[in-house]
Design a protein around this ligand. Structure first.
Ligand SMILES: *[C@@H]1O[C@H](CO)[C@@H](O)[C@H](O)[C@H]1NC(C)=O
Ligand SMILES: *[C@@H]1O[C@H](CO)[C@@H](O)[C@H](O)[C@H]1NC(C)=O
Ligand SMILES: *[C@@H]1O[C@H](CO)[C@@H](O)[C@H](O)[C@H]1NC(C)=O
Ligand SMILES: *[C@@H]1O[C@H](CO)[C@@H](O)[C@H](O)[C@H]1NC(C)=O
Length: 496
């Protein structure tokens, strides 16, 4: 192991994703070697189809041949019959991009020949087997001004080790005499044609696919997530990290959150194809957006309380606990306006997701003319354990029931003991509010994926300030296996 390689390896093992000054990403998507290998298999199918499109131009020449003298030959109507790409690999080249190598590829094509020498004019057909074709190409990863990933080819080279031409027809033996000319002509032509086709395949198949990354994912009528790339993907020895903004924002009025993404130190996991490091920041920008939009408010009225509950939301029922209440507002229904006092923030630690929301409850009596009379204001604090899971490619959440601590902030109905109404408030919070919150959290939000890709085998782990989701990717359409890929067209067993 040379020094530079060792240094790269060390660096990649301890790589902190995101520099302190450059604005850390809210989400990191890491592709492992396994993920790159899988992606390449799909890419090879597209490339193989592209290679079938190679158009081989007619070519002709003259050959001095005793005793006939000058023989003019022409090769035409050439068509590719078989393309086989049995062996290929992709390797990350640190700080540079990816290197794609194809070796031992095989191409077979047919065509017609014509020779002309006074007084002969003969036609025939031929078959060409191109063996030991190797292609090497660099792929530079980047991002465009819309924050979508880009990929562009560099340094393409193609080499053919062996071309075998077989002639048939009455004068096939004659054409065979200058097969060396023909073979070298064909090798040169093909070597020149292959790189443009590979390049074309990358820009017409791979690039558009990558550009389907949903850089703005709408969540509801209030918010969307910004999944744009914050810069070029970073390539390490064992993986490629794509750094995304990973931020919820208000569709109608985007503002900068008053907190920044944390530094995420990803573990060197390699078992699955792709890993998503979802930071606290991404999740907490959701709280920030919904809090600012003023939608984290829940009005509780008596009709929402289960029939079997003996505590009703009315002044007679609460009057037992608050002496002055039933005197001031006899026999009236009440309303509790529950709201968060500040944006709820999730705290992620290994094995522990906690939410420490702070809220208010304003209680009202509903007067006979339907206007509201303020009764009292409570402040509440709680320590909620959160659970996170993946459901159909979406990250969904769930909050565990927790005890709510309340304090009296203000009363319009004289002093009373909050302890007395604490049980009722806790009952409302866990039986009515929590299920509704969980229903919303259960809708979750989607991870960013490109078209035709489905994620399966999800695993999740919690780290300091982020959640790590690992998954395998699958092409949604029925994928050809490599056997089918190589069996496409006519297979020549002699070659395999
Ligand atoms: C909750 O009740 C308050 C006071 O009546 C009202 O201003 C507000 O619009 C209500 N909010 C919702 C979401 O129903
Ligand atoms: C208030 O609740 C009590 C039960 O605690 C019930 O008997 C009464 O009918 C309720 N009053 C109103 C106005 O709903
Ligand atoms: C989880 O974290 C919270 C605060 O971040 C802490 O109060 C609680 O004790 C922790 N729980 C466990 C099981 O570590
Ligand atoms: C409703 O009734 C209360 C007291 O009876 C009164 O103070 C208030 O002005 C009334 N509101 C409306 C909108 O009529």
């Amino acid at each position: 192991m040379d020094f530079a390689y060792r240094l790269t390896f060390l660096f990649s093992m301890t790589a902190f994703v995101g520099a302190v000054d450059a604005g850390n990403p809210g989400l990191v998507v890491r592709f492992t070697q396994k993920g790159l290998d899988y992606a390449l298999q799909g890419g090879m199918i597209a490339l193989q189809q592209q290679l079938y499109k190679i158009h081989l131009p007619d070519f002709s020449g003259t050959y001095e041949f005793e005793p006939l003298g000058k023989v003019d030959y022409r090769f035409f109507s050439m068509a590719i019959r078989t393309v086989q790409l049995p062996s290929f690999q992709v390797s990350p080249i640190p700080n540079s991009g990816l290197k794609l190598s194809i070796s031992g590829a095989f191409i077979e094509f047919d065509g017609q020949w014509n020779v002309h020498a006074q007084p002969i004019n003969e036609d025939g057909s031929f078959n060409v087997k191109v063996m030991g074709l190797s292609i090497s190409i660099g792929l530079i990863l980047g991002s465009d001004e819309t924050g979508r990933p880009t990929i562009s080819p560099s340094d393409c080279s193609a080499h053919i080790s062996n071309v075998k031409v077989q002639m048939s027809g009455p004068l096939g033996w004659l054409v065979d005499l200058f097969h060396e000319n023909i073979e070298s002509e064909m090798r040169n032509t093909l070597e020149k044609k292959i790189c443009p086709e590979v390049t074309q395949s990358i820009s017409s198949e791979l690039l558009p696919l990558l550009q389907t990354l949903p850089v703005i994912t709408e969540i509801d009528f209030i918010s969307a997530i910004d999944y744009s790339l914050t810069g070029s993907p970073s390539v390490m020895g064992n993986w490629v990290d794509v750094l995304l903004k990973g931020e919820f924002f208000d569709i109608s009025h985007r503002t900068t959150p008053p907190f920044s993404p944390p530094v995420m130190s990803l573990p060197p996991e390699q078992d699955l194809m792709v890993y998503f490091a979802v930071s606290e920041y991404l999740l907490n920008t959701a709280g920030f957006v919904y809090q600012n939009a003023g939608v984290l408010v829940f009005n509780l009225t008596d009709d929402m309380i289960p029939k079997e509950s003996i505590v009703r939301l009315n002044t007679s029922s609460f009057g037992i606990l608050i002496p002055l209440l039933s005197k001031m507002y006899p026999n009236m229904l009440m309303k509790l306006k529950m709201s968060t006092a500040s944006a709820p923030a999730l705290n992620i630690k290994p094995g522990n997701l906690t939410l420490l929301p702070v809220g208010n409850i304003q209680a009202y009596a509903i007067l006979p003319n339907s206007s509201l009379a303020p009764l009292f204001l409570l402040q509440l604090k709680t320590n909620v354990q959160a659970k996170v899971a993946v459901n159909s490619g979406r990250i969904v959440g769930f909050l565990e029931p927790a005890k709510v601590e309340i304090t009296l902030a203000h009363s319009d109905v004289g002093p009373f003991s909050v302890l007395a109404i604490s049980e009722a408030v806790n009952y409302f919070a866990s039986k009515i509010l929590l299920p509704r919150v969980n229903e919303i959290l259960n809708n979750g939000f989607p991870l960013p994926t490109i078209d035709h890709i489905q994620l399966t085998d999800f695993v999740m782990q919690t780290y300091e300030h982020y959640l790590l989701f690992g998954a395998n990717a699958h092409y949604k359409y029925k994928r050809m296996t490599m056997k089918e890929l190589n069996g496409h067209g006519k297979t020549d067993n002699e070659i395999l």
